[in-house]
Design a protein around this ligand. Structure first.
Ligand code: FBP
Length: 696
């Protein structure tokens, strides 16, 4: 055989074909041109204020963002035959800067491609600059000029690697001055910030600061979390979902559905899938609708839970039990155990559980720790030259600091954010979880849920409780009746002689037999058999009976999975390819019409593509005060899952079916791999489709 590295072999056409960076699928993806909304097929566009949309404005917004607070919603309208004034404005040579901010989300490259194509179709001499490594690039004047060649190599591809991203917040006068300097040096007309709630908050403040410099600042709604949505005061949706959400949820769903296939094949594992999405459970909800997991936890539902039994009990004692509001970690573990035990009873020793990474934020006892620790860390960092995580490097050092705070509050008898009770409760948590609750906050002061092994915390409690249920004989594998008969009879033992003794439901028609709870070991089983006269003291339990007993003892085995960074880096779906490309064109329309402090948006995303409407969404009127780094700050509000929404109600109604705690097949759904072409009912997020259907 010829040596593999011989020049001749490497230049063989098939070797060249096999080792190309892009295969045929990728080549097709790169050359896919998403359809444009009809308005963009005109010679140019203009903006029409849509005064039907009103907002409840927080007074602090008016004080801090005076020049952009009265921005209206703008509809992008196509103009086939523009007059000279409009034509001149639209085709003006522009210098535009663009920056990614926050975590990557599939479709970002198409936003850039959209801005580039729109800008160049208006004026071939316009220039687009990409700031590198996120907002740092803007502060450090670190950029590249984005050429057609660069754009072509990234069309319809996932990630943000064309210019990369970062999480730096532009939150001080000094940083704003640096940003202004960079924009001026590049003679920028406009800056486009592609980011989530915090980054669009940044965009609004920057728009205000650069207002008098004549530099426009626009936002683009990005985040896989799906928590950046926008509504007017009447609840009319302006931005139903941020880009990247659909792809990430679809990618996770595809992976999780493969686990459904696997676990129902070898029937021995429970797959526990934590999915990204920060505190909101949107991704969990969407992935759940895509795959029908046996157990789906939605954080927002836990917060709304009311333990009526506890309330009643307290009422009888003449008190109110405030801890009855919201689900505790222990209670959640019981709910999960219930599903596991019920499936085991019909012989299903396997399943899939989906847990959004941020559910802990909806569990009071943990949320309190997160808020208190946010404040303690933020206070420490503002009052010291160094920072909390450098000064207290090990877990022991951090715990020691907390202990000191608790002691101070006890000795001085004054109110303190951390008291002895907090300290005691905190010390009851497993070390790994304490460490995770104490991790560094991100640059916006947010708790980093992706660093917490939420599934490990919950499943730890589940395992402990299953053990208790097993010891009590309440957690047993159901034994298929036919198999029982076959096993005993092929071993020469009369099934009917043992059946009524072994099983609590032998005389029923149930296809699965449940071992009596009192048989918690072979020893207790033998004692009962002897007592009933079925077996002599000196005889052994017949081996087929032993085999049946052993098969009734559940072996609970889990595999934990985290779906996050992988789906975030997935190549975009048709929905995200098309949405983002049109967002890019929308951003350009806003720039061409001199808008600032607006976020590009597409209305009616839940409807057919033919009804999508590009708009400008005013950022400032949608802001409110929220705790960040231990202080109240103006930010864009995050949207969590509405448990009254049709999509969630569908999940609720389907839960029993998806749990499939009955004989027969499971109800797993296979969404298939992510494609850039339309995919029938899956070409839009299912949550959007269901919520929209219910309105009609
Ligand atoms: P953005 O809000 O910036 O879009 O980021 C979303 C996200 O992917 C979350 O789902 C996740 O919790 C977090 O980023 C992870 O952050 P990091 O990349 O810093 O680990």
């Amino acid at each position: 055989m010829a040596p593999v590295n011989s020049k001749e072999f490497l230049s063989h056409p098939e070797v060249i074909q096999t080792t190309r960076t892009h295969n045929k699928v990728m080549e097709k993806r790169l050359s896919f041109i998403p359809e444009l909304c009809p308005v963009f097929k005109n010679a140019c566009t203009e903006l029409h204020p849509d005064m039907r949309h009103r907002f409840k404005i927080h007074p602090a917004c008016r004080d801090q963002l005076p020049d952009i607070i009265d921005n209206p919603v703008q509809s992008v309208a196509g103009v086939a035959n523009p007059d000279e004034h409009l034509s001149q404005r639209y085709t003006k040579k522009q210098h535009i800067g663009i920056v990614f901010s926050g975590g990557p989300a599939p479709g970002g490259h198409n936003v850039i491609a959209g801005v580039f194509d729109a800008m160049r179709s208006a004026n071939p001499d316009s220039r687009l600059f990409g700031f590198l490594m996120g907002p740092d690039g803007l502060l450090e004047s670190n950029y590249i000029e984005l050429t057609r060649e660069i754009i072509e190599a990234h069309r319809n591809l996932g990630g943000f690697y064309m210019i990369r991203t970062g999480r730096t917040k532009i939150d001080t006068k000094a940083k704003i001055a640096l940003a202004r300097e960079t924009c001026k040096a590049l003679d920028l007309d406009a800056l486009v910030i592609v980011g989530g709630d915090d980054s669009n908050t940044n965009a609004a403040f920057l728009a205000q600061e650069l207002y008098n410099d004549g530099i426009q600042v626009l936002g683009v709604p990005k985040t896989i979390d799906g928590d950046l949505q926008a509504k007017d005061i009447e609840g009319n949706s302006l931005c139903t979902i941020s880009f990247g959400f659909h792809t990430a949820a679809r990618a996770f769903a595809h992976d999780i559905s493969n686990l459904c296939t696997d676990c129902s094949s070898d029937a021995k594992y429970w797959h526990v899938c934590r999915v990204m999405g920060r505190s909101a459970s949107h991704i969990g909800l969407e992935a759940g609708l895509q795959v029908h997991p046996n157990i789906l936890v939605i954080g927002e539902e836990l917060a709304e839970f009311i333990d009526t039994e506890r309330l009643e009990k307290a009422k009888k004692q003449g008190t109110i039990d405030y801890t009855a509001y919201g689900m505790t970690l222990r209670h959640l573990s019981r709910v999960i155990c219930d599903g596991i035990v019920r499936r085991a009873a019909v012989g299903k020793n396997y399943g899939v559980i989906v847990i959004p990474e941020g559910v802990l934020e909806f569990i009071n006892e943990i949320q309190i720790f997160i808020i208190k620790l946010n404040t303690i860390i933020a206070d420490y960092n503002t009052t010291h030259d160094t920072d909390f995580h450098t000064d207290f490097f090990t877990l022991e050092e951090k715990l020691d600091y907390l202990r000191r705070l608790a002691r101070l509050s006890r000795e001085e008898g004054t109110f303190s954010i951390w008291n002895t009770r907090d300290d005691d409760l905190f010390n009851d948590l497993p070390d790994f979880f304490q460490e995770e609750l104490l991790i560094e906050r991100d640059s916006h002061g947010n708790f980093q849920f992706s660093q917490v092994q939420t599934e490990k915390v919950i499943m730890g409690l589940v395992k402990d409780y299953l053990k208790i249920l097993q010891d009590k004989g309440e957690y047993k594998m159901g034994i298929e009746r036919l198999w029982y008969h076959r096993t005993l009879e092929s071993g020469g033992v009369r099934a009917d002689a043992y059946g009524p003794l072994l099983f609590q439901n032998y005389d029923s028609d149930d296809p699965y037999l449940l071992m009596r709870p009192s048989f918690v070991s072979l020893k207790t089983l033998k004692q009962e058999l002897v007592k009933s006269g079925t077996l002599d003291e000196e005889d052994d339990i017949p081996s087929p009976v032993k085999k049946i007993y052993q098969a009734s003892v559940p072996k609970f085995k889990t595999q934990n999975h985290f779906y996050g960074y992988d789906g975030r880096g997935n190549d975009p779906t048709w929905f995200d390819c098309t949405y983002t490309y049109n967002l890019g064109w929308t951003a350009f329309s806003l720039i061409a019409a001199n808008a600032t402090g607006q976020m590009a948006g597409i209305k009616h995303l839940e409807k057919d593509f033919s009804q999508w409407k590009p708009i400008g969404i005013p950022i400032a009127p949608m802001m409110h005060l929220e705790e960040r780094k231990g202080r109240l700050a103006l930010v864009l509000e995050r949207t969590t899952v509405d448990i009254d929404s049709p999509a969630f109600q569908v999940v609720k109604a389907m839960r029993e079916k998806w749990l499939a705690a009955e004989p027969g097949p499971d109800d797993y759904r296979r969404p298939g791999p992510v494609l850039y072409a339309g995919e029938g009912e899956d070409d839009h997020p299912l949550t959007l489709t269901l919520n929209h259907l219910a309105k009609n």
